[in-house]
Design a protein. Structure first.
Length: 155
């Protein structure tokens, strides 16, 4: 046995003729011995298998770290959303009450129309803010309730 192979163990394998021929052609094309090609193939497969087995624990650690880093920001944004929802609800019901207090007696109808338009607005894409809101399909223009400055300020 050659001196540089003293630290290696001998392994005898049997290959199908097609596999042997393919391996032989590959070794000749790359100017390598067949033993060297087989060693590299075995080493690469073992390395890839080891990496794939260890990826899941690494993914778990990365997920945990990312979750911990964004937790505070997520909680802060959640609290802001709740505050915004409360303020929006107060404004919505307050506006309906103001319209009814002005004597229109159709504050609920105005609210329903505004709700339909708000839903249509929410459904519009962000990049098309310049598109006017559609009039609800079941409403005619002459049935829309318009509040003027005179109604608001009594001038």
């Amino acid at each position: 046995m050659k001196k540089h192979l003293a630290n290696y163990k001998r392994l005898t394998i049997f290959l199908a003729p097609d596999t042997y021929n393919t391996l032989s052609i590959y070794a000749k094309n790359n100017n390598e011995s067949m033993s060297s090609v087989v060693r590299n193939i075995v080493l690469n497969n073992i390395s890839q298998e080891t990496i794939s087995k260890n990826i899941n624990p690494i993914n778990d650690v990365v997920r945990r770290v990312v979750r911990d880093v964004i937790r505070d920001e997520t909680e802060r944004l959640s609290k802001l959303i709740v505050k915004t929802m409360k303020a929006s609800a107060v404004s919505m019901y307050q506006g309906t009450q103001i319209i009814e207090d002005m004597g229109h007696n159709k504050g609920h109808d105005v609210f329903e129309d505004a709700l339909k338009m708000a839903i249509a607005y929410i459904k519009t894409p962000f990049d098309s803010n310049d598109i006017p809101l559609p009039i609800p399909k079941d409403e005619k223009e002459d049935e829309m309730y318009i509040v003027t400055d005179d109604d608001l300020f009594g001038t």
